[in-house]
Design a protein around this ligand. Structure first.
Ligand SMILES: Nc1nc2c(c(=O)[nH]1)N[C@H]1C(S)=C(S)[C@@H](COP(=O)(O)O)O[C@H]1N2
Ligand SMILES: [Mo]
Length: 394
């Protein structure tokens, strides 16, 4: 194999690794039972990205030679520019994701969306390139076998093929981009944002919003929530729902929905950062500040950490007592003036605005006050226990 074809193989292998691990990372299957693999998938994806970047850089040399050789061939040149632009964009957004750098752009377009969007265009380009090369190869093959129509026929077919696959690729790419611009996914754009999500909870009465929740002082959130869960989404009913405070406390409590709603709530505007690179801006949350629970339960002096449980029976997370006392940590019941739907962790979910959202336990139903650290679900699978969002550490 020559030097340039070895480079091509390496580049193709990196691409394959990236596409495979990328698709797996964005699939919900690698939460839940396969969650332990997620952290390795992430490494595989990063290594694929590094090989991809190196092989792309190594292409710059041969490309400049070709560039000079194809004077006048505008399409060819445009192709090279697109290749370099796509590769650089995917790589740069990937680096941003690794270092948790947010690019704030239009509604719904977080760093992760940019990365995925560029990846999809890249994949389309790779498919197009491989297919047209395959057609090229087959054409040559049949030409070699001397199948009559040597110069004319196949050429035209091939040109047609390329033209049509470009149209398909453009439509596909355009559709994907339009979908993201619209704010994406399987959400119905005609519904109010909070009610775009499924809600299987039956909570009576619903929490009555405080001043500031309706209309939401944040003006409605911007961005796009991904619905994350590691189990089946649990549905709550106010008849059986309970909220427990226990551990090293003088006053263990089991609150009914009605009692829970009697605790005074406050309204705040918070951003919501997922460590995988998507962000939701200025959501208006109404909830019970964690400090109220600390007071209610009358915690003992030995308490150093606070552990949070989910009604899904599996997910947990924890904060140090000091972190739990931050004034913006709350158990939220309303977002933008509406009950938090079950998809997004309702009837009650934890909000820790200064930290990544894996601290924000969905379907929270118990708080335990403890003396020793607890390592939560994602924390035990490699995520930082101190989950500070860059620049927000107190
Ligand atoms: N019970 C539970 N809580 C959870 C999770 C989960 O899988 N289960 N995922 C966490 C992560 S990683 C994020 S980013 C947010 C996502 O919240 P959303 O599904 O409301 O968008 O919830 C956090 N809390
Ligand atoms: Mo997350």
């Amino acid at each position: 194999m020559g030097r340039s074809s070895r480079l091509h193989v390496l580049h193709a292998v990196a691409m394959f690794l990236l596409i495979l691990s990328g698709l797996m990372l964005s699939s919900q299957s690698f939460r839940g039972t396969l969650a332990d693999l997620r952290i390795y998938l992430r490494y595989a994806h990063i290594i694929g990205g590094i090989i991809f970047a190196v092989t792309t850089a190594a292409y710059i040399g041969p490309l400049t030679v070709k560039w000079k050789a194809c004077a006048g061939q505008t399409m060819q040149k445009a192709g090279y520019i697109v290749f370099v632009f796509l590769a650089a964009g995917a790589f740069l957004t990937g680096v941003f994701l690794i270092f948790g750098i947010n690019i704030e752009t239009a509604d719904g377009l977080s760093t992760l969306n940019w990365h995925k969007g560029l990846a999809i265009i890249n994949i389309t380009a790779v498919l197009y390139h491989s297919l047209s090369e395959l057609v090229n190869f087959l054409t040559n093959l049949s030409n070699d076998m001397g199948s009559g129509n040597v110069d004319g026929g196949f050429q035209v077919d091939r040109r047609n093929f390329i033209r049509w696959s470009s149209v398909v690729a453009a439509l596909f790419g355009g559709g994907v981009i339009a979908n993201w611009l619209r704010g994406g996914g399987n959400e119905n754009p005609f519904l109010n944002k909070a009610t775009r999500f499924a809600n299987c909870n039956q909570m009576e009465p619903p929490p009555s919003p405080n001043l500031g929740s309706v209309p939401p002082i944040g003006g409605g959130y911007e961005g796009k929530f991904e619905v994350f869960t590691v189990t089946k989404i649990p549905c709550a009913n106010s008849d059986s729902w309970q909220f427990r405070l226990f551990g090293l406390v003088d006053q263990p409590l089991t609150l009914s929905w009605k009692e829970f709603l009697e605790i005074p709530r406050k309204v705040q505007i918070s951003d919501f950062y997922c460590v995988t690179g998507w962000t939701v801006y200025h959501a208006t949350y109404e909830g019970i500040p964690l400090s109220r629970f600390i007071d209610l339960a009358k915690i003992n002096p030995q308490v150093r950490y606070v552990k949070f449980y989910s009604a899904d029976g599996l997910y947990t997370s924890a904060l140090s007592l000091e972190q739990a006392k931050m004034e913006d940590v709350m158990v939220a019941v309303l977002m933008d003036g509406e009950p938090i739907p079950s998809d997004l962790g309702g009837p009650a979910r934890l909000i820790v605005p200064k930290m990544y959202a894996y601290k924000g336990v969905k379907w929270i139903n118990a708080i335990e006050f403890i003396a020793e650290p607890h390592i939560g679900y994602w924390e035990s699978r490699g995520y930082e226990n101190d989950a500070w969002v860059k620049g927000k550490q107190i």
